[in-house]
Design a binder for this molecule. Structure first.
Ligand SMILES: NC(=O)c1ccc[n+]([C@@H]2O[C@H](COP(=O)([O-])OP(=O)(O)OC[C@H]3O[C@@H](n4cnc5c(N)ncnc54)[C@H](OP(=O)(O)O)[C@@H]3O)[C@@H](O)[C@H]2O)c1
Length: 380
């Protein structure tokens, strides 16, 4: 199987103009059908997104609860620049994050960078601004209005990936997919993805996308060594359909870094203390002593591999070739610098098994935990 090369055989320029030499041939892996493939460069490796030709950095930066929330505009921009400097070229946001502010900040941070060297993802479903009757969901009206708002805040003519942030039980799926197809045909998005869809929903959406001649190539679920609900159904179905996972909260919102100790107060300035972005509420699910104690038992494994706990948690994700990217968050640039090193950490199966053994009793695996927010039927 042949490998395409971005740049030339010796390396490529990062969007911030740094030369990134290619690693040895042995560091590259071929793209087998149903896997995300992998291109390894000196900084962050690339993987294919689904069965498409689009390559994204296997560590992708997101700005949920941070940009414009827990973290002010300047720090949020520094975090994006740290990511660019480290070789990340793929960025994820959503219209609803901090009511549009997160998209605006990302747009500002990327202004002046070469657009073709970036992959920019956003999402539609949740409202921005007032929660009017048509400000939510995946109706044609909401999708076609939302994409224009996102593009204007992101200061770009197109996004690389436009994602349905949740499944919408109120809108007929063919209306949704037709609207996405129109967004693609208008050139406002290149590819389509979804987030937190079940295996059956992925199958139905993929079939309609196929009929319409557009590419539904990704799902964005929560996934970490503590939250494994996609393994039973979503991943096998996605492999069959040629859909990759771009996984959110790969460090369980910071819990897998080991900085939350059982029985101890949460660290000052950490997400657990965030009220403005809402992070302090979302992380609560993981802040239980049995979970925190199990996480502490991973330390000897991290020490033996010679990596930090954060790098171990991300390397655990990247060991799975159904995953195209771990979608990392960061409240400060140093976290990005530390976390990108995970792209160069390759865990063997025995190490992955050892991590799974330790976290097994506290990890969530039930596919029914896939996140849904829409009412399960039309309201009338
Ligand atoms: N599709 C969806 O429904 C959905 C939902 C949620 C998120 N997402 C996406 O996923 C992205 C990432 O989610 P996430 O932010 O929860 O991911 P995460 O990587 O699990 O958590 C990131 C947080 O962990 C802490 N952290 C990270 N690296 C660290 C390090 N080396 N040392 C110490 N602390 C560290 C930081 O928080 P503190 O420093 O503040 O403690 C950081 O903000 C979001 O930005 C968004 O794009 C999508």
């Amino acid at each position: 199987m042949s490998l395409a090369v971005i740049g030339d055989d010796d390396g490529r320029l990062s969007p911030s103009g740094q030369w990134m030499p290619t690693l040895s041939e042995g560091a590259r892996a071929p793209h087998a059908p149903g896997t995300s493939g992998r291109y390894a460069y000196a900084m962050v490796a690339y993987r294919y997104l689904g069965n498409s030709g689009l390559k994204i950095t296997e560590l992708t930066l997101g700005n949920w609860v941070t940009a414009g929330g827990q973290v002010g505009r300047e720090r949020a921009i520094d975090v994006v620049h740290a990511a660019l400097d480290a070789g990340i070229t793929t960025f994820d946001t959503a219209d609803t994050y901090m009511n549009g502010a997160a998209e605006s900040i990302l747009g500002d941070a990327l202004t002046g960078r070469r657009r073709a060297s970036l992959e920019i993802f956003t999402k539609v479903y949740f409202p921005t601004g007032p929660k009017g009757a048509n400000d939510t969901g995946l109706s044609r009206k909401h999708i076609l209005e939302s994409i224009d708002g996102s593009l204007s805040r992101l200061k770009t003519d197109y996004v690389d990936l436009y994602q349905a942030h949740r499944f919408d039980y109120e809108t007929p799926l063919d209306e949704t997919m037709q609207a996405f197809a129109d967004v693609v045909r208008q050139g406002k998005a290149l590819y389509v993805g979804v987030s937190e869809w079940t295996a059956d929903q992925l199958r139905a959406g993929h079939a309609l996308a196929d009929d319409l001649g557009i590419q539904l190539i990704s799902n964005q679920p929560q996934y970490s060594a503590l939250w494994r609900v996609i393994e039973g159904e979503v991943i096998p179905t996605s492999r069959e359909l040629g859909i990759s996972q771009i996984v959110w909260s790969p460090l369980a919102q910071g819990v897998l870094t080991g900085k939350y100790a059982p029985g101890a107060p949460v660290p000052e300035g950490s997400r657990a203390t965030d009220q403005k972005g809402g992070g302090g509420t979302f992380i609560r699910r993981f802040l239980h002593d049995d979970i925190l104690a199990a996480v502490q038992r991973l330390r000897p494994i991290a020490d033996e591999v010679g990596v930090s706990m954060a790098q171990l948690g991300l390397a655990w994700i990247l060991h799975n070739d159904a995953i195209a990217a771990a979608l990392i968050g960061a409240s400060r640039p140093e976290q990005v610098a530390e976390n990108v090193a995970a792209s160069d950490v390759h865990l063997d199966d025995a190490t992955v098994d050892a991590i799974n053994q330790i976290l097994g009793p506290v990890a969530v695996t039930d596919p029914a935990e896939t996140s849904t927010v829409s009412p399960k039927a039309r309201l009338v």
